[in-house]
Design a protein around this ligand. Structure first.
Ligand code: ASP
Length: 587
């Protein structure tokens, strides 16, 4: 090793030792007679010290020529500092420098290597290797490492086996769009990158592996959205001979293990809520349960009083914002503007202030005298001092809009504290989801999810009502993981494909291997996958997953550091059989 210690290691009881450190020059402070250098490595910062008259003159000249981010090797003696810095672990000591060797020079970095850097996003991404030198980014990756280690520890302890599944697989139409890879040897044929190892992990259950996991890259060519990565990582798991309850308790165990061992937090056990209740109470299948503010339905109480908007509405529904009766007109107008935004899509907002004095004032006083509003307050369990916010319209849209308003108001009230964690299992998802675009049902989770046995008769009558043995783990209003109990017999799988509009031929071509496997003794099985990047960013208290990925793509799906996607040469295109011969060149 070039060094005897790291830059985070030396303490007061190391005083008088001769040490050698290596690292990057973080900062140089030249006070004329005294010169300090902050030397940084992955482990911390150690202060170096030279003194006019005491240090060797040549050494002082050499030190003054160091630039930021130069890589140096320094030998010296550990000394106690006069003015100590209790903000860093090495703050009680400094090194009296005896020799400096420049291991490599550095150009002036394009942004400062500090927690609060002056570099914008684009610059940071282009020079990601410099960005990764910053403490706060490095800590995100260390957290990720710890999460992965703890995940392996927990799952290994329960006899899960880590198995790698292939990355060059086959394109399938269900789910998101695939990334495809052209085959050179078989022109006109393509591999696809896995959106998840779903079918492989099920096949491993047929093979008898019984408990599988993998921390694995998945690829989805979806439309770009802020904070979405085309490649991302899942903790992918599957178990055989289990019930849904077994899966939920095993993976609740994983999450609690991570909270305990990574964050030192004792998580209470995770409550279960049906999808139907989540929608009814929160207007969302991933409710933020750090706070209550549940929906109260006012349809029957509020209809029939001649207020046009309500008369035409399928649903009238309210939330009660505790202690918000004092909201000003301006604040209420702002909330009205919020719900009217096209993304939210409500026509307007009705509010009722339940004033401290016990009087009720609303934006619909003309139609609703106080004794009517009292009934609303009772339905909402509102108390003096509270504010009721009411939306009306078509059921589903109105619930979604109120769900957004609920989050918005909670945000204003500081109820979405990043240091507080509330987890929830949402269970009994619908099996299908209707798509207005394609005019057919799609699998809400994926086509391998089993319907609830008691709902199978509904498959023919009312597919939209069929519930699945599918579940999501939601933390703080984000979906952290999802999975299901699978179909494990050919007939049901075939039925499922036919309900999804596959011809028998198509189903066989795309998933024949799986259905055939089901004919060779497939055990009952089920599983789950967690979004690992997201889980890390939740643990790290960050809004973005970007800094928990060493080399992420930007919001346009590009890696600006290596500059990709990029063109490939004519020869490569030719070899792959992808050359497009223009009409002109044929003439
Ligand atoms: N493969 C599923 C997904 O990626 C998870 C699962 O069902 O286990 O969402």
């Amino acid at each position: 090793m070039l060094r005897t210690h790291t830059c985070g290691e030396l303490r007061i009881n190391d005083v008088n030792k001769t040490v050698t450190l290596t690292g990057w020059v973080q900062r140089l402070r030249d006070k004329g007679s005294l010169l300090w250098i902050d030397l940084r490595d992955r482990y911390g910062i150690t202060q170096l010290f030279l003194e006019e008259g005491k240090s060797d003159q040549k050494l002082l000249v050499a030190a003054r020529e160091l630039g930021r981010e130069f890589v140096i090797k320094v030998t010296g003696t550990v000394a106690e500092r006069h003015s100590k810095n209790d903000k860093i672990p090495t703050g009680a000591i400094e090194i009296k420098v005896e020799s400096i060797e420049v291991l490599n020079q550095s150009k002036v970095p394009p942004f400062t290597i500090e927690d609060a850097t002056d570099g914008g996003d684009d610059l940071r991404m282009k020079y990601r290797y410099l960005d990764l030198r910053r403490n706060i980014v490095r800590e995100c990756l260390l957290l990720r490492h710890k999460m992965a280690q703890q995940t392996r520890l927990y799952l290994d302890g329960l006899n899960f086996i880590e198995v790698e599944t292939p990355v060059l697989i086959k394109s399938t139409p269900e789910g998101a769009r695939d990334f495809v890879v052209p085959s050179r040897i078989h022109h006109g044929e393509f591999y696809a990158l896995p959106q998840s190892p779903q079918t492989f992990k099920q096949l491993l259950m047929v093979s008898g592996f019984d408990r599988y996991y993998q921390i694995v890259k998945c690829f989805r060519d979806e439309d770009l959205r802020a904070d979405r990565q085309p490649e991302f990582t899942q903790i992918d798991c599957e178990m055989a001979f289990i019930t849904q309850e077994d899966i939920l308790s095993t993976f609740e165990g994983l999450v609690r293990h991570l909270f305990k061992n990574v964050k030192g937090i004792d998580m209470p056990s995770v409550p279960h809520m049906t999808y139907a209740d989540a929608m009814r109470f929160y207007g969302s299948d991933k409710p933020d349960t750090r706070f209550e503010m549940r929906f109260s339905e006012l349809t029957s109480v509020a209809k029939g009083k001649g207020f046009q908007l309500f008369e035409q509405s399928e649903l009238i529904v309210a939330i009660c914002a505790k202690g918000c009766a004092g909201y000003t007109r301006k604040q209420l107008d702002e909330l009205t503007e919020f719900v009217k935004r096209p993304q939210i899509g409500a026509k307007g907002l009705i509010w009722v202030r339940y004033e401290e004095a016990g009087t009720l004032k609303s934006s619909v006083d003309k139609f609703y005298p106080e004794e009517e509003l009292k009934k609303w307050a009772a339905a909402c369990s509102a108390q003096p001092g509270d504010l009721m916010l009411v939306l009306a319209g078509e059921s589903e849209k109105t619930m979604k809009a109120l769900g957004e308003l609920r989050l918005h108001v909670a945000g204003q009230l500081g109820l979405r504290d990043k240091n507080k964690f509330a987890a929830l299992w949402v269970i009994d998802f619908p099996l299908f989801e209707w798509s207005d675009d394609t005019k057919r049902y799609h699998a809400m989770h994926h086509p391998f999810t089993s319907p609830k046995r008691e709902d199978i008769p509904l498959l023919d009558i009312d597919p939209g009502k069929v519930r699945a043995n599918a579940y999501d783990l939601v933390i703080n209003g984000s979906e952290m993981g999802g999975g299901s109990i699978r179909i494990h017999d050919r007939a049901t799988q075939q039925l499922m494909f036919s309900k999804l509009g596959f011809t028998e031929e198509e189903a066989k071509k795309q998933f024949g291997f799986l259905m055939e496997a089901f004919e060779y003794g497939a055990p009952p099985h089920g599983g789950i996958a967690f979004g690992f990047d997201r889980l890390c960013s939740l643990f790290g208290g960050a809004d973005s997953i970007r800094d928990f990925i060493a080399f992420p793509k930007n919001n346009a799906g590009r890696d600006t550091m290596i500059d990709t996607p990029s063109t490939i040469s004519e020869e490569q295109l030719d070899e792959l059989g992808l050359t497009i011969k223009s009409e002109n060149s044929n003439r």
